[in-house]
Each structure stands twice: as structure tokens, then as C-alpha cells.
Design a protein around this ligand. Structure first.
Ligand SMILES: Cc1ncc(COP(=O)(O)O)c(C=O)c1O
Length: 223
């Protein structure tokens, strides 16, 4: 919800101290992070020695549906034999598996998409900061703008929808009270023009909803 990235080395060290395993849910990192798009583990150069259970979804960066768990042979054998939802659920359709394989190929062989996405993120952050928006510290594709009030976040999201821009309003209980936000999600399919159109729409709405801009915002991010 913040677009932030966990420090896996620190978490892995802590897990080792406590004789625990570390499980990473990299739903938002797969395809977007790492040199070949393998996600947060690749980006932070951690291995199975540090992260014993890695799960990822296929419904986000892969653009298909389903999910996977990666880990040691023992872990996977265990899940194959004892994970009831896995055993008693219909397998992924072959068409989805084929589409996922095609996505995997694109993710691995077309790093220019990640370069483009990172350029869009940098462009959005630079321009949004100049316009005085309430940016969070995220350097990933999820760029939340803090609004504070839940009703206002929803109203801005609806106004953007009227203008053909889809930005969801994230409200409690998903985030703490007083930290409702617009969750802007950039993708490699966007262009600089798209980002500029979003910025201009947000700037227009700031007259009616000044809380999306820094100077006027009285809500801090609560813990
Ligand atoms: C962190 C995280 N994990 C898992 C999921 C579940 O994704 P899916 O239902 O596409 O497998 C989501 C979906 O929003 C998510 O944000």
C-alpha cells in the first residue's frame, strides 16, 4: 500500500537469529523488480538460503492468473502432498499456463519494459514533487498520494474515473485511519503522455481537494 520495499537481508538475519524461516509474498515485485524481472529477491541478491519460501502471483505483472510457491524440494513435496487447497482445486487451465509462459518469456527477454517503467516512475515523482503533491517515499510502480480523509480519496478517485483515469482510493481498514490515499499504479504499458495527463487532472482537482497537496495537508502518516 505504500509502494515500499522490504529489506530482505535484515529480515533474513532476524529470521536466522530466531531459528525461523522467511517467507516473501512478492506479488508486486515479480516482473517489475530485478535485472531479469525475477522480483525482489533478484533485486536484493538474496537466495533460497535467506528466503526459504517465495510466493508470487501471476495476476499482476504477468497479466494472467494464478500463483506459485518456490522453495526447497522438501517444501514443495510437502505442499504437493499436504496443502489441501492445492490438492482439491482444479488445476490451472492449459491456456492460462501457455499465456503465463509467454509472459515469462517477455519478462525475461524485454528488460526495456522495466527501464521504461522506471523512467515513468522517475518522471511522475519529479513532476508531482514540483506540483507539490503529497508523495510517499516509494520508488516502485505503486505511487500513493496521501489524501488523509477517506471520503475525499473516494471523491478524487471518482472524479478521475470521469476523466477516463483509473486510480483506486485505498481506505481503512486496508490502511490506518487518516491515511487514505490514491494508489497510482504505473505500468510499462503507460506512456509519458499518460502520466502527464494524470498529473494535469490531479492538479486541476487540487483546487477542489487541496489535501492532495503538501502545504495544505494536515494529516501525517500514523503508525
Ligand atoms: C501482496 C499480495 N499478495 C497476494 C495477492 C493475491 O493476488 P492473486 O489473487 O492475484 O493471486 C495480492 C493481491 O492484491 C497482493 O497484493
Amino acid at each position: 500500500m505504500d509502494g515500499d520495499v522490504a529489506d530482505l537481508s535484515a529480515l533474513s538475519q532476524l529470521a536466522k537469529q530466531k531459528d525461523a524461516w522467511l517467507m516473501v509474498d512478492d506479488a508486486h515485485g515479480m516482473a517489475a523488480l530485478g535485472h531479469t524481472g525475477a522480483g525482489i529477491c533478484e533485486a536484493q541478491a538474496v537466495t533460497q538460503h535467506d528466503v526459504q519460501i517465495l510466493m508470487g502471483t501471476l495476476g499482476k505483472g504477468f497479466g494472467t492468473a494464478g500463483a506459485f510457491v518456490a522453495g526447497s524440494t522438501e517444501l514443495i513435496d510437502y505442499l504437493t502432498n499436504f496443502a489441501r487447497p492445492y490438492i482439491y482445486t482444479t488445476a490451472m487451465p492449459a491456456s492460462i499456463a501457455a499465456a503465463t509462459l509467454a509472459s515469462l518469456n517477455i519478462i525475461k527477454t524485454e528488460p526495456q519494459r522495466r527501464t521504461h517503467l522506471n523512467d515513468l516512475i522517475a518522471h511522475f515523482r519529479k513532476e508531482a514533487a514540483l506540483l507539490g503533491f503529497n508523495l510517499m517515499t516509494s520508488h516502485t510502480a505503486i505511487q500513493p498520494l496521501l489524501v488523509g480523509d477517506a471520503e475525499q480519496a473516494l471523491a478524487i478517485s471518482n472524479e478521475l474515473k470521469q476523466q477516463g483515469i483509473m486510480v483506486t482510493a485505498i481506505r481503512p481498514p486496508t490502511v490506518p485511519q487518516g491515511t487514505s490515499r490514491l494508489r497510482i499504479t504505473l505500468s510499462a504499458a503507460h506512456s509519458v503522455d499518460h502520466v502527464d495527463r494524470l498529473l494535469s487532472a490531479l492538479n486541476g482537482l487540487a483546487d477542489i481537494y487541496p489535501s492532495i497537496k503538501k502545504l495544505d495537508n494536515t494529516h501525517g502518516v500514523s503508525s
